[in-house]
Design a protein around this ligand. Structure first.
Ligand code: ATP
Length: 227
């Protein structure tokens, strides 16, 4: 289980996220939803080490980890790609493995590229990839080595139909193996399909935690935010 306890990351303006507390069970995707500026990206970035929480604790399977997930425990797909443009797809995968201290040989990296439909462009530099190809590669990197936690910020952005199907299959396999996922999406029907619970963020705080099975993500969202 992942427990994110009383974490906060506020900018000088007072905007940002927290204090907030979340729990995600093994085999679960927690949906994280909110209007633009609600604090999803700030939360995900600090949780995965791209930034820092100023307060709070992260606990994983009962272990206190301080204020962030260690790199080896967390696959992160940020909303904006952080893949280096001058690396090829294969090099980007290798770089991700090195960053997360994963002991994976070339065969494992090739298999990962294959699995996410990236094999045809394995030797192409990221700067020459389409948006959808870049997204597939980002997802392949996030799931590399089957980390204990994956954090997925708008994972479907830019994907084509095949990419969506590959993603959904990979997420289902990951959850079957006991993985823990946090996922944001502006497309609420996607959360209906993959989540049991969803948190609604408003001004960086948890406005509600909703059981998505009881009536759907869209109804819950409308109840909290109106329109
Ligand atoms: N680096 C930063 N410096 C100062 N303020 C920031 C910074 N990054 C984000 N913010 C502010 O913090 C708030 C939360 O932003 P954040 O990007 O986390 O929201 P979000 O929920 O991901 O939004 P979106 O759905 O538009 O991606 C916003 O008001 C934003 O303007």
């Amino acid at each position: 289980m992942l427990e994110v306890i009383d974490v906060q990351r506020r900018y000088r303006s007072g905007r940002g996220t927290g204090p907030l507390t979340l729990e995600v069970a093994a085999g679960e995707v927690l949906g994280v939803v909110g209007p633009n500026g609600a604090g999803k990206t700030t939360l995900f970035g600090a949780l995965c080490g791209a930034d820092d929480f100023q307060t709070g604790t992260v606990r994983l399977d009962g272990r206190e980890l301080g204020r962030r997930l260690p790199a080896e425990a967390c696959g992160f797909l940020p909303e904006q790609s952080r893949l280096f443009p001058q690396l090829t797809a294969r090099q980007a995968c290798r770089f991700e493995a090195a960053m997360r201290v994963l002991d994976l040989d070339d065969t494992a990296l090739e298999e990962q590229l294959d699995r996410f439909g990236c094999a045809d462009f394995r030797d192409t530099e990221v700067r020459h990839l389409s948006q959808g190809m870049t997204r597939r590669l980002g997802i392949a990197c996030a799931f590399l080595g089957t980390p204990r936690v994956v954090v997925l910020d708008e994972p479907l952005n830019g994907l084509d139909v095949e990419g969506v199907l590959l993603f959904r299959r990979a997420l289902a396999d990951y959850l079957d193996s006991g993985g823990i996922a946090l996922m944001s999406s502006h497309i609420l029907s996607v959360l209906d399909e993959v989540c049991e619970r969803m948190v609604l963020l408003k001004d960086g705080l948890v406005a509600a935690t909703v059981d998505v099975r009881e009536g759907g993500a869209e109804r819950a969202y409308l109840e909290i935010f109106g329109h």
